[in-house]
Unconditional design. Structure first.
Length: 210
């Protein structure tokens, strides 16, 4: 799973209010060439949305985001997600995912958190909130001591079409994530063609990252 995820440079971070939107949303993403999705556990609809996408689109790399409690972790594991992410690093949550052999990407923002992640065996880490924490310059400096250990980062928070390639240009960045690819409002308004166009544009832009 890790190697599959490392091949996807852009990950849409989704906040979904109505699970009925899950299938058309996944279809809109796939139509634009995007076969990875992160559904955040921020809404009551998240679990059902994850389960529906897993059933209807098994070809999609299905991620659960904002997994901040062991209960949410267990729900996502039971659904059978391909990977999970969190804004922070909770050892209990990390261990639950590890026990189920499901990839988990905990969030970090400091050297000590990176080392805590490493101690737990996590080499792919989410850098969050990327923009507010200092952006590309911060990540470059934060990651440097850990690059020899093969630590990679998926920054999210404040990333958009205009700055994504600045992050992707860093060798330690494997992918960027963001909600701009399919916003909560666009999903609620069922603007599927807009979402397809946005992900197409992002994939093309990522192709130009140096
Ligand atoms: C996340 O959960 O990864 C972030 O909230 C996404 O941040 P963004 O909304 O700034 O893209």
């Amino acid at each position: 799973m890790l190697s599959k995820l490392l091949k996807r440079p852009v990950i849409p971070v989704i906040v979904i209010e109505d699970a009925n939107d899950a299938e058309p949303l996944a279809e809109a993403l796939l139509e634009g060439g995007m076969d990875v999705i992160e559904i955040t556990c921020r809404t009551a609809a998240a679990g059902e949305a994850l389960a529906r996408i897993k059933k209807a689109f098994p070809e999609m790399l299905l991620g659960a985001g904002t997994v901040v409690t062991p209960e949410q972790a267990q729900m996502c594991i039971d659904i059978g997600v391909d990977f999970g992410l969190a804004p922070g690093l909770n050892p209990d949550t990390v261990k639950l995912f590890q026990a189920s052999e499901t990839l988990f990407v905990p969030g970090v923002m400091t050297p000590s958190e990176i080392e805590q992640g490493l101690a737990l065996g996590c080499k792919l880490l989410k850098f969050f909130p990327a923009g507010a924490a200092g952006g590309v310059g911060m990540l470059k400096n934060l990651a440097a001591p850990y690059a020899p250990l093969g630590v990679k980062f998926c920054p999210t928070g404040g990333i958009n079409l205009g700055n994504m390639n600045d992050y992707l240009a860093l060798p330690v960045v494997s992918a960027v994530g963001g909600s701009w690819l399919a916003t909560q409002k666009q999903i609620a308004q069922k603007r599927w063609a807009t979402i397809t166009a946005q992900v197409q544009e992002a994939i093309e832009t990522a192709g130009n990252a140096t």
